[in-house]
Design a protein. Sequence first.
Length: 472
Amino acid sequence: MADILRVTTPLNGQDAASRVRPNTNQDPTTNINNTINPSRVPGNDRKDLNNDQDTNKFSPHLKSNFDSFLNKLASTPGMSAETARLFFTRYGSIVSSGMSGGIAAEMAKYLQMMKVTDAELLNLLKGMQGSSVKFTGSFFDIIRDLMSNKNVSGDAKALMLEFLRRYDAITANDHALKNILSNLNNIADRMMKSSGDKLREMAANIDTTAGKGNVSGNLAFMRENLIPLLSNYIAQTKDYGSVRDNISLFILNFARYEMGGKEAFSEALNSLLGIPEISSKVSNSLIAELADSIFAGAKGDKAHLLQDQLVNILTKGLDGQAGYQNTQVFQNILQSALLNESVYMPLLHMMFPVEYNGRQMFSEVWVDPDSDERNEKEAGTAVKLLVKFDIKDLGFFEMILLVQNSKVDMQFFYPEGLEPMKGQIKDSIFAIMERNELKFRSYMADKCAQPKAISDVFHKLFEGRNMVNVTA
């Protein structure tokens, strides 16, 4: 009889479904390589817990977050190298693509801002250093020494910590306010349209020009208008999803912004100066210097302006405004910047772009202010630096410095095209060192065959392996 459930009639003897299979009881495969024998020590299984590529095994992921950081650090191109690549090789195609009203105009403005004189170059370096490390200077050196002193009372250390929290909050006012506005925008995107439009209308009244420490006006407005609106929305809609998650982020940034009030900071500073160990070491000039570093209008500083302009360019580039074929360059710049600000990075990092004497240059510096490679026969701490810079029409340079007690060990690497000028380069470098009252302990110069990885220069990076192995 034809099988009406099939399209065609199968030939006899060839239908696998019609075959009678014996019902045999077979032991299931247990995949045990070595059976357990209590009278002897068994050998190792062939299973490998480190092999997390086999989808049939449920082995744990043994790599820590720190290992992931090192892998990314080794594979991610340098920030200065990628920025030079963007402006030296990609800039012309972006401008000629007809986008002069968007990212091309931002890039042209950035190049114009790069032009510096001798005095501006020094101020730019100081500005970059100040923006990279917040707790620097003689004032904070005194606090560090007292915090590590076992003879200082716990109450005094508590006052120091409170001052540091207030200082961190007041110097981060602008950043906290930007986060608040971003949180409110994310909340409005996830709310019902009528409520979201109302929230955006209210958020537009936040004063984004408020100076550092002047937080009372914005705080009062948010307490009286924004927080009740968000509270009523959750009570009415019972929306416990992404809206409430973003509201939690908003409250965290609100609390940080609230800690940065000028009055609270002044009170914490006065309490700190009431500690005898502090008042006996801190002069009025140090306090004035501290106040200037907070309230001296850092928004107009050229270092901050350059950083803000680069952020604008990256934002537009990641949106594809420079062409999607260039998006990877912007991603590399952003990832490199974030890696150098990681909690695992124990180095001071600076990146500064300049046009000096008609030459465009993108430079990147890593500094270890307390290197363990110090010469025990010399006095003082050792400072180690890695400097990378790319000069247009010249090429890529690299320099490794170890400075201790005004004595310098230097390794200098230059583009291959400058090999005939090797002697002239040496004479110029020695003249610069002598002018700054530094002496060479050792000097080596060679062609730059391959840029060095940061981990090859600073072995301190690997100290993170001694930490707790935390996996993602």
